[in-house]
Design a protein around this ligand. Structure first.
Ligand code: SF4
Length: 486
């Protein structure tokens, strides 16, 4: 095979990349390249030494984080001959990045055990005030920077040697066996959700349990708890508020998310805010006991479509309609129309939760955003799948089980396993690469398969570490294979 020098394509590629700019030995690599070097461990691994002279053995570099916080989560490192430790790794070009990027005051960075730099020693006082070590990579690369830039630039995803120990046995399963395994795990997850709903329903009734779980789902990761808090006091604040706007104003007031200042730049936002304040002004003393501080909410990394103000508007429309629970009950007995099975299920449930039009929120992402040219729905199809697998189906199933209605139970299970796959997320992405050895999202064809994989992560990966220490899952997969064969 031709060497790179003879290969015209390699020459084209080299010429068209910024890598050439890294030839100079004083070049500073982009932070993304430094992350790739760390992830793929393109280092002389046996020689690594921290700024205070300790040797570092990287037992696992950690998993690249897609959700803010430190760059790599769950690394396993051994300093000198000490016991291996697990924690996070942050990568910055220089030591002053720690303070300049606000990591010193960000609680998400408390778990950092290693600050990896391109060059330099810890900023004065940094190493002393934090419990992490510092490692400069500049003198430990296993190849020139320009070469690393060329080889690593397209290497997205988890390197093969960082796959989990279960990856090999899982690859020996055929499609049916893998699907059975994922479905069995999904069933456990589904029944756990149903059990949680039942526990709540015993205290507060079926409909209240439904609302609490719908609100939780609207919290979408970051804001689950404040949303749940709001739902828990629903009987109190819902009383006397009938229209969607009246409920919205009250919810915005109670949640602490009603802005106290007009925007002065968006006329329609200011009109909305004036009207909302007209209502909340009269209510706020009465509801002071259930009002949440704004600090309970998290906004960092939120897409505008998931902003809690918008989610509360959606919930207000559902509450104003007053028949969501009845519609869900009718849905499970009705035949869904049009399209394939999964598509039909999705669109028929979407119809129940979709809001026709909100005069303000259909046209604005947030109070500060300008009016959109085209109205945007308050609920996208991706969220409908979340509502289905996390709330609606487990709620219907456990109600049917408690009521002894096996026919409905079977129909709920059938719909759960037929439900099309949800939007991809960072947990699934990592799990697919680590356990199934693929970055192809289409590998998981149904929402149930995705749920099953997430359950395995919860049951096994979360009880082990990045090097799969003491994880029994690979062994269990082997037994599954052997049982089928015998
Ligand atoms: S911890 Fe267990 S389940 Fe997770 S990747 Fe490792 S072997 Fe697989």
């Amino acid at each position: 095979m031709n060497s790179r020098a003879e290969n015209f394509y390699a020459v084209w590629r080299e010429k068209s990349r910024a890598a050439g700019a890294l030839r100079d030995e004083d070049s500073v690599p982009p932070e993304k390249l430094l992350q790739a070097v760390w992830q793929h461990q393109r280092l002389r691994r046996g020689e690594l030494k921290t700024a205070d002279g300790k040797s570092v053995r990287v037992l696992h570099p950690g998993f690249i984080s897609a959700e803010g916080g430190p760059d790599f989560r769950g690394a396993v490192l051994q300093f000198d001959n000490e016991k291996p430790v697990s924690g996070d790794v942050e990568i910055d070009l220089q030591a002053n990045g720690w303070r300049a990027h606000g990591h010193d005051v960000n609680p998400n960075f408390k778990t950092v055990i290693l600050h990896v730099l391109w060059d330099g020693t810890p900023a004065s006082g940094t190493a002393r005030t934090n419990s992490f070590a510092t490692l400069s990579l500049k003198n430990f690369l296993d190849a020139p920077l320009a070469e690393l830039a060329l080889t690593l630039e397209n290497e997205s995803g988890l390197p093969e040697n960082l796959r989990g120990k279960c990856s090999a046995p899982l690859q020996t399963l055929d499609e049916t066996q893998l699907s059975e395994l994922l479905h069995a795990a999904a069933k456990v997850r589904f029944q756990n959700k149903a059990a949680m709903i039942l526990a709540r329903a015993k205290h507060s009734g079926w409909e209240q349990a439904l609302w609490e779980n719908l609100f939780r789902a609207l919290g979408y990761k970051h804001n689950v708890w404040p949303m749940l808090n709001l739902a828990e006091t629903k009987l109190r604040w819902k009383h006397g508020a009938e229209s969607a706007f009246a409920i919205q104003s009250r919810l915005l007031g109670i949640s602490g998310l009603l802005p106290t200042e007009l925007t002065r730049s968006q006329k329609s936002s200011d009109t909305f805010l004036r009207h909302a304040w007209d209502l909340w002004w009269r209510d706020r003393d009465e509801f002071s006991g259930c009002t949440l501080p704004r600090a309970t909410w998290k906004f960092h990394g939120l897409r505008p479509a998931n902003h809690p103000q918008r989610r509360l508007a959606l919930a207000a429309h559902w509450l104003a309609a007053g028949n969501v629970a009845a519609k869900i009950e009718a849905w499970i007995t009705a035949q869904a129309k049009g399209g394939g099975e999964g598509e039909k299920l999705l669109s028929s449930l979407h119809e129940i939760f979709q809001v026709e039009r909100d005069e303000f929120w259909s046209w604005h992402w947030t109070f500060n955003s300008t009016r959109m040219i085209k109205p945007q729905p308050l609920l996208g199809a991706a969220r409908v799948t979340d509502l289905a697998v996390n709330v609606v189906l487990p709620w219907l199933w456990i109600r049917a089980k408690e009521g002894g209605n096996e026919k409905i139970q079977r129909e709920v299970e059938r719909r759960f396993f037929a439900w099309p796959a949800a939007e991809d997320n960072s947990v699934l992405k990592l799990a697919r690469q680590r356990l199934l050895g693929t970055s192809n999202a289409r590998m998981l064809k149904s929402a149930a398969a995705q749920q099953g994989l997430m359950q395995i992560v919860r049951d096994f990966c979360e009880h082990s570490n990045a090097i799969c220490a003491d994880c029994r899952f690979p062994e269990l997969v082997h037994t599954l294979k052997n049982n089928v064969q015998s």
